[in-house]
Design a protein. Structure first.
Length: 629
């Protein structure tokens, strides 16, 4: 039979466990507090000879001397004894421009005020700024308790103004104040000084004499003036120190950026580095690791290299865009001169295209001209390169015209309007377009292409660098049909009735057919208008009836007036010379008359209808815009 296991008593077991824990505790290594620097490096310093200690302390900056004083009680006791007073003074003399210690403070307290960021009242809260007039730093909590607003001082002065001869006793100049204090809307003063002044006045009032009052006021002013002078000197020193720190930070940062640039050049990013230097590294402003005012180490570079290389691809895109902008700025005057010459020749043969408002901006956006403008920097771009495209100009502008028409027809399709078979929807007399923001200003085709409604593309999203550049140029209002800005105007019942007055079908009649009728409308016997201007007014939602067709006599008189207005107009090129063998671009009325007189020797009174030709398409648009009609 096996023997029974013996059981240890709880007392014995607990004693054994306790001894094991004690052994483990004794064997465990001591854990040091994680502090910077060498541990225990100053433990034998106080065993040195006194002369050696003083010699070491003489080489310390006041900030370092203050830190040593706060390191241990033994250093605090040594440095705060009266025998070390000269030590603090000699250390303060090493700080250039710092005013001497005020009489009301001892040197250690002055050093703590200048170099320690803690509150001088509680010693715990952070107070990075010094109120030099008060010779104190205040944290947010102590600031509310130690300072009073200007209104308290004003109330005290006003109270004693009613005390007879004491009216001259108090002056705000005798109080030491600060103009700007965080948390206060008005200048602030020390609550202790205000309390002392109030107590003194209450004490001397029953027995005060004029001489005593004057002495009290003079001493207060002198004391405040001295404090303000000291504060001014301290602020100047503080600003100089800040400038030195800023210069040091800039030097470190510039050295770091230069080091990063040299490392990037080794990775074949030389052009991008030059671009960064030209722009003060602003393209990498959001990449924080490069903006640390510290020397660049190999380990730091390894940590940032991959991410920095990724961002350099964006820098490369910005560089290429900048270089393109420079080339475009240099080449634009050449293109502008050649483009105007090409358009003048084209309009001489195709004056009907003037109604589209075609300009050099539309020409610049065409593929052929874009390729020349965006050619590499080593390609010479002169005027002859653009003029060489004159043979392709008709094809280029027909392609541009077709694209504009296609975009406008798309607006009609979106409005779910069914056009008659065999008729272009843009040619109908009831086809009008308007700006979504200005629905009361409708436009016929192709007048809508020339208007500002279809030429607003500066802020259009998705534009490339070249398109944005062209759209910003003067006299280059590029055409862009934005379906969010432009809308098709549904024909109103009044528009249909007015067309029926002319004996035409409003569903199929074209604008050319209406122009051929050459009719005029009268509104309420007070306004005569062309059919285009009348239909534009009738297309508005707040349309007003009262229209009729003008009689033959009224129409004849109105046409004479219209012809006079067009001949005198200097705002639109409506006329062409028929005597020139080479077609010239259309001219204004005064210009064509001057041309006939100087070139062909025809005076104004001798000009016949066969000498000049009127662009009827442009004339109809011009009359539709004239307020005289």
């Amino acid at each position: 039979m096996p023997s029974k296991r013996s059981k240890l008593s709880k007392t014995t077991e607990s004693a054994s466990t306790g001894s094991n824990v004690a052994m483990k505790t004794a064997e465990a290594p001591l854990k040091w507090k994680n502090v910077r620097g060498r541990r225990g490096g100053l433990k034998d310093m106080m065993n040195m000879p006194m002369d050696v200690i003083l010699e070491i302390c003489l080489h310390l900056h006041p900030r370092e001397l203050l830190s040593l004083c706060r390191t241990a009680k033994v250093f605090h006791a040594f440095l705060m004894q009266k025998g070390c007073k000269n030590l603090w003074r000699d250390s303060l003399k090493k700080v250039d421009g710092l005013p001497p210690c005020p009489q009301e403070m001892i040197e250690p307290a002055w050093v703590a005020l200048v170099f320690s960021p803690y509150c001088t009242e509680c010693g715990k809260g952070r107070a990075p700024g010094v109120y030099w007039e008060f010779l104190a730093r205040f944290c947010a909590t102590c600031r509310k308790r130690k300072l009073v607003s200007e209104s308290v001082v004003d109330f005290l002065i006003k109270h004693w103004e009613n005390q007879g001869d004491f009216s001259a006793l108090l002056s705000k100049r005798a109080f030491i104040g600060v103009e700007v204090v965080t948390g206060f809307n008005k200048p602030c003063y020390l609550a202790s000084q205000v309390h002392d002044v109030r107590t003194t006045l209450n004490r001397i009032y029953p027995r005060g004499t004029y001489a005593y009052q004057r002495s009290f006021n003079t001493e207060g002013r002198d004391r405040a003036d001295l404090r303000r002078k000291l504060a001014s000197q301290c602020r100047q020193w503080e600003q100089n120190e800040q400038n030195l720190r800023d210069a040091e930070i800039r030097n470190l940062l510039n050295k770091r950026l230069a080091d990063i640039g040299s490392r990037l050049r080794k990775l074949d990013w030389g052009p991008e580095v030059d671009f960064l230097h030209e722009n003060d590294f602003r393209p990498l402003a959001k990449f924080k690791p490069i903006w640390l005012a510290k020397p660049l180490t190999d380990r730091t570079w390894q940590n940032m290299q991959d991410e920095l290389v990724k961002r350099m691809n964006d820098v490369q895109a910005q560089r290429l865009e900048h270089e393109l902008q420079v080339r475009l700025i240099q080449r634009w005057p050449v293109f502008e001169s050649a483009g105007k010459e090409l358009l003048d020749r084209y309009f001489g043969k195709h004056p009907e295209m003037l109604a589209y408002g075609l300009n050099i901006g539309d020409l610049a956006l065409q593929k052929e001209f874009c390729e020349i403008m965006c050619a590499p920097a080593d390609v010479v771009v002169d005027k002859f390169r653009f003029l060489a495209l004159e043979g392709q100009l008709i094809e280029i502008l027909e392609r541009w015209q077709e694209r504009m028409c296609k975009q406008l027809r798309g607006l009609i399709v979106e409005a779910e309007v069914v056009s008659p078979k065999g008729i272009n929807s843009l040619d109908l007399a009831t086809t009008l377009f308007s700006d979504c923001n200005r629905p009361h200003e409708p436009r016929f085709f192709p007048d809508v292409v020339a208007s500002g409604v279809a030429r607003q593309m500066d802020d259009h999203p998705g534009n490339d660098t070249y398109t944005k550049f062209v759209s910003r140029q003067r006299h280059a209002a590029c055409c862009y049909v934005d379906d969010a800005q432009l809308r098709f105007v549904q024909p109103t019942d009044l528009m249909r009735e007015m067309i029926q007055m002319c004996g035409k079908d409003p569903d199929t009649v074209t604008a050319a057919e209406m122009d051929a009728l050459d009719v005029r409308f009268v509104w309420r016997e007070c306004a005569f208008m062309t059919w285009r201007r009348a239909l534009e007014d009738a297309s508005c939602e707040d349309q007003i009836r009262g229209w009729r067709l003008a009689t033959a006599e009224e129409t004849s008189k109105l046409k004479e007036r219209e012809m006079q207005v067009m001949r005198n107009s200097t705002s639109c090129s409506l006329w062409s010379c028929t005597r020139c063998e080479v077609p010239l671009p259309p001219m204004t009325g005064p210009d064509v008359e001057e041309h006939l007189r100087t070139v062909h020797g025809i005076e104004l009174s001798d000009i016949a209808d066969s000498d000049i030709r009127l662009n009827k398409t442009l004339a109809s648009f011009f009359l539709a815009r004239e307020s005289l009609l």
